[in-house]
Design a protein around this ligand. Sequence first.
Ligand SMILES: Cc1cc2nc3c(=O)[nH]c(=O)nc-3n(C[C@H](O)[C@H](O)[C@H](O)COP(=O)(O)OP(=O)(O)OC[C@H]3O[C@@H](n4cnc5c(N)ncnc54)[C@H](O)[C@@H]3O)c2cc1C
Length: 394
Amino acid sequence: MTPSPYPPVPLAATASPPRAVIVGGSLSGLFAATTLRAAGWRVDVFERSPQQLDSRGGGLVLQPDVLAAFRHARVAHRGPLGVRSDDRIYLNIDDAVVHRSFMPQTQTSWNMLYIAMRDALPAVCIHAGERLVGFRPSGDRVTTLFASGRVETADLLVGADGPRSTVRSLLLPGTEPTYAGYVAWRGLVPEAALNRAAAARLGSAFVFQQGHDHMLLEYRIPGEDGAVNDGARRWNWVWYRKVAAGAALADLLTDRDGTPHAFSLPPGATRDAPIAALRQDARRLLAPSLRELVLATEEPFLQAILDLAVPRMVFGRTVLLGDAAFIVRPHTAGGAAKAAANALALAQALASGTRDIDARLADWEAGQLEAGASMRAWGVAMGDRIMGAAEAAG
Ligand SMILES: Cc1cc2nc3c(=O)[nH]c(=O)nc-3n(C[C@H](O)[C@H](O)[C@H](O)COP(=O)(O)OP(=O)(O)OC[C@H]3O[C@@H](n4cnc5c(N)ncnc54)[C@H](O)[C@@H]3O)c2cc1C
């Protein structure tokens, strides 16, 4: 008989605080770790990537849920967390402002949130290069198994392992993200690298150009080092473009080394031909200031737009949260906020440790399922309108 990879489960030491094993060390995992730790839990984060993740990601709209999670977990940050914009403007293809509305908000970057939370956790809590391959519930504990052979036992397993979650695939086989029919090309440009005329037109606004079947948006975010002063920030843009599912999408998501990727390509990985086609389209379809922005981008990167909704988020002592549970369209500017809200509500529900844990988890699940489903539906409706599907249908 093959020996089980799972050793006998040790009894929980009654005097010690409960322990959570968190799988995934990106934003959802760090929101869960910081908020649960503030609620008195021992936390350990296991991330499959061996490197620090802080070079990942682009801009994000800073939402109140993120600030609420930071406050609860007492996550400190040096200086302002983002760059403020007051107006939203829409440009036409001639660079004229066709609509303006006052809508103040703050834009930050993925790496600012990541670094602030990582630095708020003791380094010994974060375990890089550890890929979860299986887990087994046993009474009120869960034993997890990693590719390295490591075995960890906890009172709670948190699946914060993103769109291609291993935890979800083991709990809900067949529940996978679906492609929405368009991609987001993205880019970051140092503030000083954009020519003066374009910089003056874009200024401090949150800028959109709505085209037929495509939309580009742009806003400024902190510099890579977090600086928010004049000249040190970055321009962040996202251009939604339709790409047919199947061969066209697979070709686009094949990197410079010929390796196919499921949903995204990081900066530096996109082949020259799709970048040349993107630049050609920018010359044809974009307002002059936005065209300059795309042309000034050295390494555009790419994400397929996905939809996902799970029917459950709690499975005994295992929970799913963040993009492992619901993927919302980026038009909601709410993916990170949803991850923060999932984590904060979980930490508040479990602040009394494991007492009444099943009832508390059930309450948490009911609220988060409803919030996830409604944000997802709102995002799909916006996506249909922006990309022309609603128009075509009716
Ligand atoms: C184009 C675009 C624009 C967006 N703009 C915004 C915005 O303006 N505002 C906003 O709030 N959100 C935005 N989002 C969404 C936001 O980025 C995510 O919702 C948010 O970061 C939460 O992601 P996550 O941590 O759940 O998943 P991920 O960031 O995917 O992290 C999952 C982690 O789990 C790790 N992992 C996976 N499997 C395993 C395993 N078996 N073992 C160990 N580790 C594993 C991965 O390596 C990864 O680090 C946008 C998304 C897109 C696509």
